[in-house]
Design a protein around this ligand. Structure first.
Ligand code: SF4
Ligand code: SF4
Length: 353
């Protein structure tokens, strides 16, 4: 069924528990996701116009690409498919941008003792649990990252993480995470000159094997996100933020025929027969939308906690998509345009640096 959603109007009453009034209307003077178009442009420009033609071209392509995906998500109702394209693109571009930036800045991907001591260490969100707990208990920041300056400072990552966690809960893991473990992986195993002893070689082999097993082979064989669903320490921590986040995924028991497709397709093991019967996901739901897209009876939907099930039709999904897309672009937009710039450089000069 083709949707006619160009502009969403949601009255105050519509968000109250007893009302189901949500109006979707066409509006020629307010194009779809106008605020997203403006915000994504702001994030991609990063406060200033790109200096050279290749950078401008990269930002332009990124702008069209990310907003096209958002438009397709909204227009087709297929959240998972287009989110997946965006998410994977960001992860691939993260690797290209991160490695080339590091090599350009330092001449190598290796973090030296001096980098650690001076706090010139990019801060990865995976270590947030290991930073927040001692910071709260002992008022000590244990990660050797710059607090306010430099490449991915602690304060910027924590502010983005806090905002995303409030807005998306564990949706962070399906919309924002560029899988920080990759930088550590490549830092650990691709500079073979750093393997100076048998012990380091064994450590590198173990690390590589774990990475290959958890992030490449098992997901390939099972079609599940094994690392994210079962082993990532940040994901376990992030699951608690689902408790304070207003969005959830709801299963309408009246429509559900118990086929189990949502359980089989959930990439993070966040559904089982009991939870499905109870009409909700497990706490680990990463709000990827796959169960919503695959349920043959449209029994699964994005939901705003405290509102009646199914209230407002598609409104809860759209309300979730806006912050989810904006946080994805905040973290990933510059990675996509940065990777494009590196590829353009490679095509025109034969080198990415
Ligand atoms: S896919 Fe839909 S119908 Fe099948 S078990 Fe899940 S919620 Fe029920
Ligand atoms: S329960 Fe649904 S939305 Fe949540 S992670 Fe699983 S498939 Fe994705």
């Amino acid at each position: 069924m083709q949707r006619e959603i160009c502009h969403v109007e949601i009255s105050d009453e519509a968000l109250c528990c007893n009302s189901t009034e949500v109006n979707f209307s066409r509006s020629s003077d307010k194009p779809p996701s106008q605020s997203n178009l403006n915000f994504s442009a702001l994030m991609l420009y990063g406060g200033g116009k790109p200096a050279d033609f290749l950078s401008q071209l990269a930002v332009g392509i990124t702008y069209i690409f990310v907003n096209l995906l958002f438009f397709l998500m909204v227009y087709t109702g297929k959240t998972y498919r287009y989110r997946s394209v965006l998410f994977i693109t960001i992860a691939i571009c993260f690797v290209i941008t991160f490695i080339t930036n590091l090599i350009e800045l330092r001449g190598s991907m290796v973090l030296t003792k001096e980098n650690m001591i001076s706090g010139e260490t990019p801060f990865c969100h995976l270590v947030i649990p290991m930073v927040i707990i001692p910071a709260a208990i002992t008022r000590t920041i244990i990660f050797p990252g710059s607090i306010t300056e430099g490449f991915a400072p602690v304060s910027a990552m924590i502010v983005i993480w806090l905002g995303a966690s409030l807005a998306l809960g564990r949706g962070w893991c399906s919309w924002v995470c560029f899988f920080g473990g990759m930088d550590e992986f490549f830092s650990a195993v691709t500079e073979f000159a750093e393997i100076t002893s048998f012990k380091i070689l064994i450590q590198a082999i173990i690390f590589f094997s774990l990475f290959a097993g958890l992030v490449v082979i098992l997901p390939f064989l099972t079609r599940r996100r094994i690392q994210c669903g079962l082993f990532c320490p940040f994901a376990a921590f992030q699951s608690f933020t689902n408790k304070i986040n207003v969005f959830s995924v709801h299963i309408d028991r009246e429509k559900c025929i118990g086929c189990g497709r949502c359980i089989q397709n959930c990439p993070t093991f966040s559904l089982d027969e009991t939870s499905t019967w109870q009409g909700k996901t497990l706490m680990s739901c990463a709000k990827c939308g796959r169960c919503v897209d695959t349920c043959p009876k449209q029994a699964v939907s994005f939901h705003i906690k405290g509102t009646p099930a199914g209230a407002g039709g598609d409104a809860a999904r759209l309300l979730f998509l806006f912050p989810a897309f904006l946080f994805a672009v905040t973290i990933g937009g510059s990675m996509i345009s940065g990777a494009l710039v590196r590829l353009f450089k490679f095509i025109t000069t034969g080198s990415m640096i």
